[in-house]
Design a protein around this ligand. Sequence first.
Ligand SMILES: *Cc1c(COP(=O)(O)O)cnc(C)c1O
Length: 400
Amino acid sequence: MAYSSFHPPVRTLMGPGPSDINPRVLAAMSRPIIGHLDPAFVGMMEEMKKLLQYAFQTRNALTLPVSAPGSAGMETCFANLVEPGDKVVVCINGVFGGRMKENVERFGGIPVVVEDAWGQPVSTDKVEAALQANPDASLLAFVHAETSTGACSDVQALCELARRHDCVSIVDAVTSLGGIPLYVDEWGVDAIYSGSQKCLSCTPGLSPISIGERAIERIRRRRTRVPSWFLDLNLVMGYWMESEGRRAYHHTAPINALYALHEALVILHEEGLEASWARHRRHHEALRAGIEAMGLRFLVDAAHRLPQLNAVLVPEGVDEAAVRAALLQRYSLEIGAGLGPYAGRIWRIGLMGHAANEQNVLLCLGALEAVLAEMDAVTPGLALPAARAEYAGRVRSQAA
Ligand SMILES: *Cc1c(COP(=O)(O)O)cnc(C)c1O
């Protein structure tokens, strides 16, 4: 058996992540490898921390990428902030809140679950009631952008509740960072984690985190050792933060992956955070216009809908998997399937980072309409004019 190099097909990625990447990011990744303690590399790490502070809108010194995917950022927060017996209010309105609960349990905490229907944002009223009923709770954990449903929760209001009830907040910003407004300092977020492959448009495998003073104080006061060696922030900091002019080897940093994240963050900084948020919104509106023109509906109300993750209800009688397979085979276009109670009932169309552009919106609408029209599920010819009209309206209102 002779093996040859792997050459992946060229796809357009409009699912729940990974998202399409700017070619500059892939080019950065192929630059020469250097040592993970090389002064040149350390200089890049210092810049990376500043770029991440910009993306998170924070001055938190403890802002760095964990060397593993978003799930590891989640686990870093829970491993360091939860001790056996700690009561944690955990909000579940989709897949990722459920994973937070599992993290609490695995680190010996006692979860107090606040549940909302899939597709709904986290209810601040229910959270307030749970905090009142559990005055001994010391942490509040929730997901900003629930990728399984496309619902956006109110970070500012929830973090304010956490503070009022003397709780430290843990926020999942894996899908929100770079795509929708997020102000870590202004909104009083204590601990937050994200992922590289969603709206940051980098390769998967890194998880930016930012930990504020209140959360650090909690870690300092731990009665027990952090049960994970790899994710123990005290050790991770030894490498990422200089102490007495020295940096300690903890693990070998994923050097070239970090070049990629650095480049992705430089691109975000060049565009500007607000401009990136506005771009996600603009292309979402055009996609929405086309989807609605086809007679399809969204799972989430307009008020709580994420622009970067569009959950579209599958029309009655349509085999959703057959549609996704046709999009992949004929248009090399990937969109996502539903999860949990919405498996088989929604498509998840991502407009994340570099993938949030007009070309992708028109490709997706045209391809989806063609496939659905062949199944006699929609009337052809309506989606693209609606999207174009939305874009034209935007252009006019900007010029006015
Ligand atoms: C994707 C995602 C994660 C997990 O990130 P991985 O990089 O897949 O480990 C966690 N939370 C949310 C909200 C996500 O969308």
